[in-house]
Write a protein that binds this ligand. Structure first.
Ligand SMILES: Cc1cc2nc3c(=O)[nH]c(=O)nc-3n(C[C@H](O)[C@H](O)[C@H](O)COP(=O)(O)O)c2cc1C
Length: 221
């Protein structure tokens, strides 16, 4: 039986991203967000124009998308209800947000200099993507303050521990455990459920060691 409902939010589960950007005074801002999805070597980001991050992206046209693994969840939660925007927008103040200029420090995170952009990478995140802003679009609803931001990824840094053994350019989805936000709560992935027909179709290497069912490779041929 399906019910017709009017949910306040439609956050069905997307990876958390920590976006680092540069403030006007040259310091770094860091913001958790999760309205992010990937298209080839590009990423679409959904963020409020009232955030310091969007203001920084509009001015600097570059950022780093740092992707935390599920084990960094308590660190990510330390960044919630903080903004690098001063004064704090009224609606955020009512929600309990406060201004925080030193978000790396507050979350016990370190910065590593980026190679192509000015904003630092988050050292502790296993995936760090240096990106430039291609477009900042508005949504159709004129009342919405959300921006749909297209960035293109210019350099990819990954922790070698999440690579498929013996492969230089392939991330092992059995080793990579992204932090997922679903309806404002944090989750990890539960593990592989079933072999995927897309793996051979895309010419991706299999992690033979981690195959739970040794017949998997056969099944997928
Ligand atoms: C896990 C998590 C996910 C979030 N996802 C989004 C998002 O997708 N878009 C958005 O506008 N804000 C999102 N927020 C809220 C922003 O982090 C918040 O607006 C913050 O103040 C932005 O920081 P800034 O103002 O310093 O840029 C999220 C917060 C958390 C903790």
């Amino acid at each position: 039986m399906h019910k017709t409902i009017e949910p306040k939010i439609l956050y069905f589960g997307t990876p958390v991203v920590l976006i680092s950007t540069l403030n006007e005074n040259g310091t770094a801002n860091l913001a958790p967000m999760s309205s992010a999805w990937w298209l080839g070597q590009s990423c679409m980001l959904g963020m409020s124009r009232f955030s310091q991050t969007v203001q920084n992206l509009e001015r600097e046209r570059e950022c780093v998308l740092n992707i935390p693994s599920a084990d960094l969840v308590s660190i990510v939660d330390k960044l919630a209800l903080l903004t690098g925007k001063n004064p704090v927008p009224k609606y955020k103040e009512k929600m309990g947000y406060r201004y925080e200029p030193n978000k790396f420090e507050i979350a016990d995170l370190n910065g590593t200099p980026s190679e192509l952009v000015k904003a630092p990478r988050v050292t502790e995140c296993p995936v760090q993507l240096e990106a430039i802003v291609e477009n900042i679009n508005s949504l159709q609803d004129p009342k919405s303050s959300l921006a749909a931001i297209e960035v293109s990824i210019k350099r990819v840094h990954v922790d070698e521990n999440i690579l498929i053994d013996g492969e230089k350019n392939y991330i092992d989805p059995e080793k990579w455990n992204p932090l997922i936000m679903s309806f404002c709560e944090f989750f990890g992935l539960s593990g592989k459920l079933h072999p995927s027909k897309l793996v051979p179709a895309f010419g991706l290497p299999h992690n033979k060691e981690n195959l739970r069912d040794k017949t998997e490779l056969e099944t997928m041929k």
